[in-house]
Design a binder for this molecule. Structure first.
Ligand code: ZN
Ligand code: ZN
Length: 235
């Protein structure tokens, strides 16, 4: 399969690497149809994270299930799924309490794991044609539609960016958003707490690079609510 690998400091390459495959009975292999690039990937690109050269990058995939391990019970071949960044077992005491990012089983001797990241376990990344997903019943989120449809660019954000933005607003108990020179997760955080039909306080009014994505373009076409919005662009 082809994959994006960390070739050197500030250099990534598309290389041919061994196909992802089923390694444990609870695995699936997904064919990746979209894979987002994260700000976190920049730590690897800058050489600050201590990644081994050749690491397959990426942790924000959307795809369809290509192969199903014999212990998987909730998923079937061809199903469309988003896969969260932090993989987890769903069964240990931390997972059961909801602290899945601190799963005790996915990285023996430590806790928590992620795809395609230095120091987060042996899991190859998702900027690849195929991805092995361990503990697949816990880690695959079934989503509607077909690959390449009008939901493709939105659903891929469920793997990390949108839920990260939403989670930040939950932790901070945000009720009224404002965005200053925000990154995509910041815009999505604002969107998470903006009631339908209402806008957000924005600065600056000029479009930023994140606005070029279809999702951000859609955000900006939402109808504005005058009581919540004074600055363009909100609708
Ligand atoms: Zn990410
Ligand atoms: Zn666990």
């Amino acid at each position: 399969m082809k994959a994006v690998v960390d070739a050197d400091t500030r250099r990534v390459e598309v290389r041919q690497v061994p196909d992802a495959q089923i390694e444990d009975p609870g695995d699936v292999v997904i064919r990746v149809t979209s894979s987002a690039i994260c700000g976190t990937d920049l730590h690897l690109d800058d050489g600050r994270a201590g990644a081994e050269r050749g690491l397959v990058l990426g942790h924000e995939p959307l795809g369809t299930i290509e192969e199903v391990g014999p212990a998987v019970t909730l998923l079937k071949r061809g199903e469309r799924v988003a896969v969260p960044t932090h993989l987890f077992c769903g069964l240990c005491c931390n997972c059961i309490r909801g602290y899945t990012a601190a799963c005790l089983r996915v990285r023996p001797g430590s806790f928590g794991a992620a795809y395609g990241y230095a120091g987060m376990g042996p899991y190859r990344g998702a900027q690849a044609q195929l991805l092995r997903v361990p503990y697949a019943d816990a880690n695959c989120v079934s989503v509607p539609g077909e690959p390449g449809d009008q939901l493709e660019d939105d659903l891929v954000l469920l793997a990390d960016a949108f839920v990260t933005g939403w989670h930040a607003t939950e932790l901070a108990e945000v009720t009224r958003p404002a965005a200053w020179r925000s990154s995509a997760p910041g815009l999505l955080a604002a969107d998470s707490v903006t009631p339908p039909g209402c806008g957000t306080w924005w600065w600056p009014a000029a479009p930023d690079p994140a606005a070029s994505s279809p999702t951000m373009a859609a955000w900006r076409t939402r109808p504005a609510c005058t009581s919540a919005s004074t600055a363009a662009p909100t609708g």
